[in-house]
Design a protein around this ligand. Structure first.
Ligand code: UDP
Ligand code: MG
Length: 309
């Protein structure tokens, strides 16, 4: 019998997990031909998430869990889950029921019958989200689409069903700075996209503030594009060109009209602008360097404190 592993990264989800378990159980009962395992990854929660995991796992042999020694972030939880999964197919699902478990039936059918390697989901609406967040999210996707060769789909969720072959390909990417939305597309394979309307979280609250999302977006750009590094080159060339013209103008002006001293306010403005641009470009290089620095340390992506038998 084929097995589907359901990975659920959970951070402070004591209220949502039992509700998720109930819904997943229903889907499991409808899909009689497949075996299931539910892998709960407790990402160093500060509430009773770990206790809920322990309880569910003693009650049901399909449920396994592992618990991190601290909060390592969703990307680390996803990676740990993928490493632990033993199924022929693997799916990632948020704990808050924003990824409807009922879609699993259709996802499995598409892989089995239509020969896809992966079925991803994307929400077509962003209902219930602050408008400013939606606006910046759209801008991010437009930008990354232009500057990265790895395609990223607007509204794509991490919720997807993948074959073992694709999971192994993702596991072979051992980078420390993980950006799953990009990694899924980087490995390729035939992907079908299912669309659905945004669902709001059942319980608990979102772990992503605006700033966290902004930093996440910048991580994504740094991980999947080197275009920002070229800004320094192009701005440098542009400024060399401008200064060359300016020198010519000044030489001609001095030769024709003499050399009255003046214009220092404009000089100060230019110094400020040019040094600002230099710092900005150094900052971009620093951002890439810091990622390389973290990568060379080869620190573990996560540390497990407790695991089900
Ligand atoms: N999550 C996690 N570690 C974190 C933050 C979030 O494992 O540091 C999990 C969280 O429990 C949830 C999923 O990632 O299952 C998505 O988080 P959330 O629902 O807060 O994000 P949103 O849907 O608001 O983008
Ligand atoms: Mg959510």
């Amino acid at each position: 019998m084929e097995k589907i592993s359901i990975i659920v990264p959970s951070y402070n989800e004591e209220q949502a997990l039992p509700l998720l378990y109930k819904e997943v159980k229903q889907v499991m009962q409808q899909m009689k031909k497949v075996d299931f395992e539910i892998l709960l990854v407790d990402d160093g929660s500060k509430d009773k998430t770990l206790e809920v995991c322990r309880k569910l796992s003693t009650k049901d042999r399909h449920v396994k869990y592992l618990s991190f020694s601290r909060n390592f972030g969703k990307e680390a939880a996803i990676y740990a889950g993928l490493e632990m999964a033993t199924g022929d197919y693997v799916t990632l699902m948020d704990a808050d029921l924003q990824d409807p478990p009922a879609l699993l039936k259709e996802m499995y059918r598409l892989i089995k019958e239509e020969g896809y390697d992966s079925v991803g989901t994307r929400r077509v609406s962003r209902k219930g989200e602050p408008p400013i967040r939606s606006f910046f999210a759209r801008c991010f996707y437009k930008l990354i689409h232009k500057i990265s060769r790895t395609e990223m789909v607007d509204g794509a969720r991490d919720y997807r069903l993948m074959t073992r072959q694709m999971v192994d390909a993702i596991l072979s990417l051992k980078e420390y700075n993980r950006y799953s939305k990009g990694l899924f597309n980087f490995v390729g394979f035939r992907t079908k996209w299912l669309e659905y309307e945004n669902v709001e979280r059942v319980a608990g609250e979102t772990k992503w503030s605006f700033w966290k999302l902004l930093i996440y977006a910048m991580d994504g750009i740094i991980a999947f594009s080197t275009a920002p590094l070229w800004i320094a080159v192009f701005v440098g060339i542009l400024f060399c060109f401008i200064s060359f013209i300016a020198i010519l103008v000044i030489i001609i002006k001095t030769l024709c009209f003499g050399d009255p001293v003046g214009g220092w306010p404009s000089l100060v403005c230019i110094i400020f602008m040019v040094s600002g641009i230099q710092l900005f470009c150094t900052g971009i290089i620093g951002a890439y360097l810091s990622k390389t620095y973290l990568e060379t340390k080869k620190r573990p992506i996560y540390i497990i404190q407790e695991q089900s038998q």
